[in-house]
Each structure stands twice: as C-alpha cells, then as structure tokens.
Design a protein around this ligand. Structure first.
Ligand SMILES: Nc1nc2c(ncn2[C@@H]2O[C@H](COP(=O)(O)OP(=O)(O)OP(=O)(O)O)[C@@H](O)[C@H]2O)c(=O)[nH]1
Ligand SMILES: [Zn+2]
Length: 377
C-alpha cells in the first residue's frame, strides 16, 4: 500500500481503514500526498488514537465523509476500498470521498474490499488441533476465492516429531503450514513476510493466539490484549466492527470477529473445489457425470480413500440441507408438500430435499439441519 502510485492525475488516493458511523478513516498513499504539499501537523492523527504515528514516515490519515453524489447512486464504501479523496483539510484531518475505485475482491462477512488472502491461525495444542474444525475453516476460507495461508501457533508445545507428523498430514491435505510460536518468537518474521504489501484477513478459533500474533506483528499496538480486553472486545455481543491495521513491513491486517464459527454456505456443487485434494484429482481425470457430487455415482474420479473424503461428505450433507432450505424460502410451493392430517385437515410441510440432491436419508438431513441451526445460535 505504502508508496504506491495509483493516479497520475494528481488525485489523492487512499485506502479505507475503518468505517465509523458515517465517517471513513482513509489512509492516503504517500507519494500522492507529498506532491500536495501538506504541512506536518500532529492534529490529523487525532482520528486514530490507537496508532502511534511518526509524521515523517507514515502516510496521513484523514477522517472522511462520503460525497452526496455517491450516496445518491448508492455507492457503498467498504473497509479496504481504494478511494479518491477531495478537499483535504490537513490541519483538521478531514476530507471527502469522491469516488470508489473498482474492487479486486469483495468479502461479505466480514465486509472487506480488496483483501488478497486469508491467514488461518490454529494452534498445534492447547486448544488441541481438531482436524474436522480445521477442515471446516479451510473450506470456508477457500470458498472466498482468496489465497489461504495456514499458520500453526504454539509449536513450543509439541515435539519436533509431532510437528513433523502434523506437517505431513497437512501436506496430504494440500497445505504447507507455517509453524510459529508467538511465545518463543519463532517464525514471526516468516509470517510477516507473507503479509507484506497485501491485505490479509486473519481468522481462526478462539484461544489459538491470534491476538498474540497480531501484537507480535504490530508492536506497540495494543489492539486486543489477549485474555482481558480481547475476549470482551470481540465477544459475541459486540457490534461487527472491521478495521485494518497497518503492518510495519507494509500491508494491512484485518481481524475478524464473526468468522469464528464458519457455516459452509456454498452451493453443494461447488464444495468439492474447495478441497485441494479434489482439485488435484480432477486435474488429472474426469468423473463420468459433469454434475457428479462424488458420492456413489459410477466412475467418479474424486471418491476414494483420501483422508478428508469423510469431511467432504459431511459438509456436502450440510450444504444440501442449506440449499434445500434456501430454495424453500425462495419458492415455498416447490418445496412444500400437502400432508393430510387427522380430522380431514391438511397442512403444508417442507419437503426435506429437492429432487436434485435426493439421496440422503431423512435422518441425515434432519441432523444436518439441526447442526445448522445450532451453529447459527
Ligand atoms: N504456549 C504458547 N501459548 C501461547 C502462544 N501464543 C499465545 N499463547 C497463549 O494462548 C492464549 C490465547 O491467546 P490469544 O492471543 O488471546 O488467542 P486468540 O486466538 O486471540 O483468542 P480469542 O481472542 O479468544 O479469539 C494466551 O494465554 C496466550 O498467552 C504460543 O506461541 N505458545
Ligand atoms: Zn465424482
């Protein structure tokens, strides 16, 4: 981000770091601002009390409103957006967003534009590495179409042999994990290297050391101090707030409340592509049917004894249950059946499965639906 020359027209261009009510905190690209002859005033940093900024080396941050024209055309501004800023008031630290540049990527939950990758953080122990949970997070991350990086923290808690075993297992899944230990400052530089000059969304279950890692990557920024404020600040009851934090080596990091209980909401036919193992199998062979769901169809190139095949089947049940539910909401008639009750009464009940995916036992589907609701509680 830093030092990038985006426009040759003398426009001020920057990146939206945070959205606060109707204000947008925009970090301007360095080159652009230098040509505009801003004065070095401390006050324009008043909008970002959490960042300690050295005036000489850090691009200025302006608190911006959104131009009425943008409101009229319904142009939303998201965290991560590249925006054109007009009428900078350097002394007051204010400006106005006049335009939003085309987005490279767009995430829904959390709402972030132009993210490049997801950094999935898990721990090798404490909490124990749970393959099914990891698989779920990986599939969810893959479904965003962003690059997926896997970091395994707390490597100080396992022996080199155990670490090797985990490594081999994940290699077979198609991932090359980076083992780190925030506690022992192991491989933090390596992790930082992967994040430089990119927008990275960090995700992972509770207690694996995400806050600790963020604090190690961005020293002097107590954005979430692990055990005390971290839990409170990011608890279930906080409003969904997304913010990008600048890494010293360049690049921005988004922490993601709300990504911690991933529900798999992709269409059933897409699910297989979110497994590297499947992509590899399908690179060298085809299933007989182009719409194969890789369950019990003849001549399936995917079904087999790879470790996560069972995970695939379970996630598939869940995706089908979700799809059925969605279809039913969109078009109740097509998925409701008339059921005759006693005393001549009849009533509509949901059909549990659409024809397209019919195969699951009713029990499995019910179970999947129940799981789904539990997740959403
Ligand atoms: N042994 C060991 N413990 C660590 C390491 N990194 C973090 N921890 C500890 O793990 C616990 C959880 O760390 P956090 O950084 O709060 O984890 P988190 O992922 O942010 O957790 P949530 O805020 O619940 O999402 C803390 O007690 C940390 O001190 C590590 O590398 N090794
Ligand atoms: Zn198949």
């Amino acid at each position: 981000m830093k030092g990038e020359v985006i426009s040759t027209t003398g426009q001020l261009v920057g990146t939206v770091l945070a959205v606060q009510a109707n204000f947008y905190r925009v970090q301007l690209d360095l080159e652009d601002t230098e040509t505009q002859g801003r004065g070095d005033t401390e006050s324009f940093f008043s909008a970002s009390p959490r960042l300690t900024i050295s005036v000489s080396s850090t691009p200025p941050i302006l608190l911006c409103t959104r131009r009425t024209r943008l409101k009229k055309i319904g142009q939303q501004v998201m965290v991560g957006d590249r925006v054109v800023v007009e009428e900078p008031d350097w002394a007051g630290g204010r400006g106005a967003i006049a335009d939003v540049l085309a987005r490279q990527t767009e995430l829904d939950r959390p709402p972030i534009a132009n993210a490049n990758q997801i950094l999935l953080v898990f721990a090798v122990a404490d909490p124990p590495l749970e393959p099914y949970q990891l698989s779920r997070f990986l599939v969810k991350a893959e479904s965003t179409d962003l690059d997926v990086l896997l970091c395994l923290n707390k490597s100080d808690l396992v022996s080199p042999e155990e670490q090797q075993q985990i490594n081999d297992r994940l290699l077979a899944w198609g991932y090359q994990p980076l083992f780190i230990s925030v506690k022992n400052q192991l491989n933090i530089d390596q992790a930082a290297k992967h994040l430089s000059n990119k927008i990275t969304v960090i995700a992972g279950p509770s207690g694996v050391g995400k806050s600790s890692l963020i604090n190690a990557l961005i020293p002097n920024t107590n954005l979430r101090v692990g055990e005390v404020s971290g839990k409170l600040a990011r608890g279930r009851h906080t409003t969904r707030h997304v913010e990008l934090f600048e890494l010293p080596s360049g690049g921005l990091l988004a922490d993601t409340p709300g990504f911690n209980q991933p529900d798999l909401d992709c269409p059933p036919e897409e699910l297989a592509h979110y497994f590297p193992e499947v992509r590899e199998r399908l690179a060298g062979a085809n299933c007989r049917f182009s719409d194969c769901l890789h369950r019990d169809e003849p001549d399936c190139a995917v079904r087999g004894n790879w470790e996560r095949y069972q995970h695939y089947l379970e996630f598939l049940d869940e995706a089908i249950a979700r799809q059925t539910l969605l279809n039913q909401q969109a078009d109740p008639e097509s998925t409701l059946k008339l059921k005759t009750k006693g005393k001549g009464q009849s009533q509509y009940e949901p059909k549990l499965e659409s024809k397209k995916y019919r195969r699951l036992s009713r029990r499995t589907q019910l179970q999947a639906l129940q799981d789904l609701y539990q997740d959403e509680e």
